[in-house]
Write a protein that binds this ligand. Structure first.
Ligand SMILES: [Zn+2]
Length: 172
């Protein structure tokens, strides 16, 4: 690694430390020419393989801009988008592969986006799944409705079960 101070072509590692749960390695280096010290960070590159076969580094920023576009005009703030992008990255990294097909990234976005905002989800899904007819929107909306109804029913059931049983009488 070239010294950033004097541009000397070589440097010596004086300390290596893992950071970010082992995803990064920080190295403290010393320049044998000018004696100054500097830090380098090493990170394994997670590559996304596009349909065309071209690979590009995974980018959380790119995920965020895609999701932001889908969320235009929706009551979703920047923080929520950042959290979503982080979840996507965690999902992708948890697969433990160095290369991930782009459609898996899309899928990893759809799941949390559906929880975040259903309209944004539909917009994103229509592009990602390349809907080309109203039928496909209709199917997706039906699925969304069913999922919502099921969730509401589950909540109602949980509430009913909790309040249905007689409260234990204390001391009488
Ligand atoms: Zn130097």
């Amino acid at each position: 690694m070239r010294c950033p101070y004097c541009r000397h072509a070589d440097s010596r590692v004086v300390d290596s430390r893992e950071a970010d749960d082992g995803q990064l390695i920080r190295r403290r280096r010393s320049c044998p020419e000018c004696g100054k010290r500097f830090t380098t960070v090493e990170e394994a590159v997670l590559a996304v393989v596009k349909r065309s076969g071209v690979t590009e580094p995974f980018s959380r920023t790119k995920i965020m801009s895609g999701v932001r576009k889908a969320c235009q005009g929706r009551p979703v703030d920047e923080d929520a988008i950042a959290v979503l992008a982080q979840r996507v990255e965690e999902t992708i990294r948890a697969k433990g592969a160095a290369e991930v097909p782009s459609h898996e990234v899309g899928l990893a976005i759809l799941v949390p986006l559906r929880e975040l905002d259903q309209v944004a989800y539909l917009r994103f899904a229509s592009v990602y799944k390349s809907f080309d007819s109203l039928d496909e929107f209709e199917r997706e909306i039906t699925a969304l409705r069913e999922a919502t109804t099921a969730r509401e029913a589950a909540v109602r059931h949980a509430v009913a079960t909790r309040s249905g049983g007689r409260a234990p009488k204390i001391n009488s």
